[in-house]
Design a protein around this ligand. Structure first.
Ligand SMILES: Nc1ncnc2c1ncn2[C@@H]1O[C@H](COP(=O)(O)OP(=O)(O)OP(=O)(O)O)[C@@H](O)[C@H]1O
Length: 288
């Protein structure tokens, strides 16, 4: 047990959740280390939100063991809640209040809140501190949501699709904010559809599809493990585009050299990206 006082920030074994006939979560296991940024990646309907809601203690489970910061979220009390930061989507903070008023107001709910001005600076809203919430842009609104998620000084921050709807610049600013929080030692669990986001932020990730973990590991490790095949593309003498998927592209090119007199037209070797791996794992691969 390290400085955090528990071995694992999140320990989930065999988690199950059904909604009527729909099995949303079907035996998920997750072990998340203190101080880690952990990504839960998956397509629409994979069970990401349901899993995070169960970790937050906002949804009951049908089966499995769940321990978050040493307690079962299904039964943990107020003291536990104050240690877990939740960033709500579309939170209806009072539109007439200013940013600073809202952050100070939420600080009162916690036994050991962070300094509101420091939190406003952390999320990059200093210049908007006296603006009313209704005057904020979508991205600024989301930063305020994060400010409200961290004002209590949580040990664990749970983020469900935090950057949906962001433009690329806002997304990058948000990533910088997450990295700052991680550098401060906060354990962060975030769900995302965006592979780029998982790769940019997560130390480790679990890919889930149809309620099950289909792969887990560090982003680079997943690419290595599941993305070994390259695609060799070229154009045949009669103009037909050709491609071959192979683990040995050099051998393919050597074979082609014999068939062409000199240059191989339009030769290209494409290595799999993490996106290719993800699409393969979640069964969304097209028929290229
Ligand atoms: N309250 C609910 N009642 C009934 N079915 C639900 C409910 N919430 C989710 N589901 C279903 O459970 C499955 C998993 O949904 P969930 O929202 O957890 O997935 P997700 O991975 O977060 O998806 P998305 O990326 O679209 O948010 C889906 O089939 C969904 O339709």
């Amino acid at each position: 047990m390290g400085a955090y006082g528990y071995e694992l920030a999140v320990d989930v074994r065999g988690l199950r959740k059904r909604y009527g006939d729909v099995t949303a979560v079907d035996g998920v296991d997750l072990r998340i280390e203190p101080g880690e940024v952990f990504g839960i990646l998956g397509p629409n309907g994979a069970g990401k939100s349901t899993t995070v809601e169960i970790l937050q203690g906002n949804r009951a489970r049908d089966g499995g063991e769940v321990t978050v910061l040493g307690a079962d979220p299904g039964t943990a009390g107020r003291a536990w809640r104050s240690r877990v930061g939740i960033v709500w989507q579309d939170e209806s903070a009072p539109a007439e209040l200013t940013v600073a008023e809202t952050v100070r107001h939420f600080a009162r709910y916690y036994p050991r809140p962070r300094d509101p001005d420091e939190v406003i600076a952390l999320v990059g809203l200093e210049e908007k501190a006296t603006s009313r919430i209704k005057a904020l842009s979508g991205g600024q609104r989301r930063r305020l949501d994060v400010a409200l998620g961290v004002i209590g000084g949580p040990e664990l921050l749970l983020l469900d699709e935090p950057t949906t709807g962001f433009d690329p610049a806002a997304r990058r600013q948000f990533w910088a904010l997450i990295r700052t929080l991680a550098d401060e030692g906060t354990t962060i669990v975030l769900t995302t559809h965006y592979l780029e986001e998982a790769e940019a932020l997560a130390h480790r990730l679990a890919v889930i599809a149809e309620g099950r973990v289909v792969a887990r590991g560090e982003p680079a490790e997943l690419r290595r493990r599941y993305g070994t095949e390259a695609t060799v593309e070229w154009t045949a003498a009669d103009g037909t585009p050709c491609e071959e998927r192979t683990a040995t592209p050099t051998r393919t090119v050597a074979g082609l050299l014999g068939a062409f007199d000199g240059e191989i037209p339009d030769l290209r070797i494409r290595r799999p990206t993490l996106e290719d791996v993800y699409l393969r794992l979640t069964g969304q691969e097209d028929d290229r």
